[in-house]
Design a protein around this ligand. Structure first.
Ligand SMILES: [Co+2]
Length: 294
C-alpha cells in the first residue's frame, strides 16, 4: 500500500517534531516564536503545516494560533496545548501534546494522554466508533475528570483534516465500523469541571470556500495561498512581512463580506483543559504513527 508508506513517512517526521517541540518549550516562552519555530521545523523536513500550529493556553481548547502582534508568553502556572498538523502531498499527520510546569495540573495531562493511547489501541477493523468513545470516557471519568463532549477525534483523508467519522470523547450511539487502512485521529480533551467549549466570535485560523478573483491585494494573496494549499487553513502570521497587519485584516474582512471566508472560531471552555492527540492507521495491530509509544 503506497498510501500507507506516505502516512508512515509523515509519521516519522511527526515523531521528530514532537521531540523538537519539547526542546523548544524548555527555553522559549513567547508563543509566536514557538509557533514560528515549529512551522519552520516542519518545512525543513520537506513537509508543510496542514494548519497553523494551534497553541491553546489554559481554557482555550483549540483553534488559536499566534497573531502578528501576539504578546502572550507562557507563564509558570499555565497549561499549554500544542496541536500540530503536517502533511506531504496531502497525507496528513495530526497530533497534539500538552505541557505544564504546574505540578497540580500534570495529572490532567497524564489522563488525556492515557485516554488517547487507549483510544488508539481500539483502531482495529470492525471497531464501532461508539466503542472507542466509551473507552475514552471511561479512562477520563475513572480518574475523576471530565471529557469535553463537543470536541471530537476524526478521520483523516487526503487534504482533508476533519474527515468522517467524528469520534466523540463521550459515550455516543455512532455504530459506524472502522475499516482496514482507514486513518483516524484520536484527541481527548480533559478538564476538571468543564464538559463543553463554546465558539468565540473571532477566528484567527481560516481558509476560503473557493478560488475567486478579488481586487484587494492582500485578499488576492490569501486566495492564492489557500488554493495552492488545496484550501487547507492558514493564518495572518503566514503573510507577515508581505503586507501590514492592517492590510491583511482588511483583506480578510473583504473575503468575509463576500461570503468567501471559512473561519475556525476560537474554542474556549470554562476551566483549564488538557489535550493529547495521535493519528492511527486502522489495522488488527493499530499503527499509531505520530508518537513512539511503548
Ligand atoms: Co485533530
Amino acid at each position: 500500500m503506497e498510501e500507507i508508506e506516505k502516512y508512515l513517512e509523515v509519521g516519522r517526521v511527526s515523531c521528530r517534531i514532537r521531540e523538537k517541540v519539547q526542546k523548544i518549550l524548555e527555553r522559549e516562552r513567547d508563543i509566536k516564536c514557538i509557533a514560528n519555530k515549529i512551522e519552520e521545523e516542519i518545512r525543513k523536513e520537506g513537509c508543510e503545516p496542514a494548519f497553523p500550529v494551534n497553541i491553546g493556553i489554559d481554557d482555550i481548547a483549540a483553534h488559536y494560533t499566534p497573531t502578528i502582534d501576539e504578546k502572550a508568553k507562557i507563564e509558570e502556572n499555565n497549561l499549554v496545548k500544542i496541536d500540530i498538523g503536517l502533511h506531504k502531498d496531502g497525507f496528513i499527520a495530526d497530533f497534539a501534546l500538552s505541557f505544564t510546569e504546574n505540578e497540580e495540573l500534570k495529572e490532567l495531562i497524564d489522563v488525556a494522554k492515557k485516554a488517547c493511547i487507549e483510544g488508539c489501541k481500539m483502531a482495529k477493523p470492525g471497531t464501532k466508533v461508539m466503542e472507542i468513545s466509551e473507552v475514552i470516557e471511561k479512562e477520563i471519568k475513572e480518574k475523576g475528570f471530565t471529557p469535553i463532549s463537543n470536541l471530537t477525534g476524526h478521520g483523516l483523508k487526503r487534504y482533508e483534516i476533519h474527515a468522517k467519522p467524528a469520534i466523540p470523547n463521550v459515550s455516543c450511539n455512532i455504530g459506524y465500523e472502522l475499516k482496514e487502512n482507514e486513518v483516524i485521529a484520536i484527541e481527548p480533551f480533559v478538564s476538571r469541571n468543564c464538559n463543553w467549549v463554546k465558539e468565540e466570535k473571532v477566528g484567527v485560523i481560516f481558509s476560503v470556500s473557493e478560488f475567486k478573483n478579488v481586487r484587494n491585494e492582500a485578499a488576492r494573496e490569501i486566495m492564492k495561498m489557500c488554493k495552492q494549499r488545496n484550501f487547507l487553513p492558514i493564518c495572518e502570521r503566514w503573510l507577515e512581512g508581505r503586507f501590514s497587519q492592517i492590510k491583511i485584516r482588511l483583506g480578510i474582512k473583504e473575503l468575509k463580506e463576500r461570503g468567501l471566508l471559512v473561519e475556525y472560531p476560537i474554542l474556549r471552555g470554562s476551566d483549564i483543559i488538557a489535550q493529547w492527540e495521535n493519528s492511527a492507521i486502522v489495522r488488527d495491530k493499530p499503527i499509531v504513527f505520530t508518537e513512539n509509544i511503548d
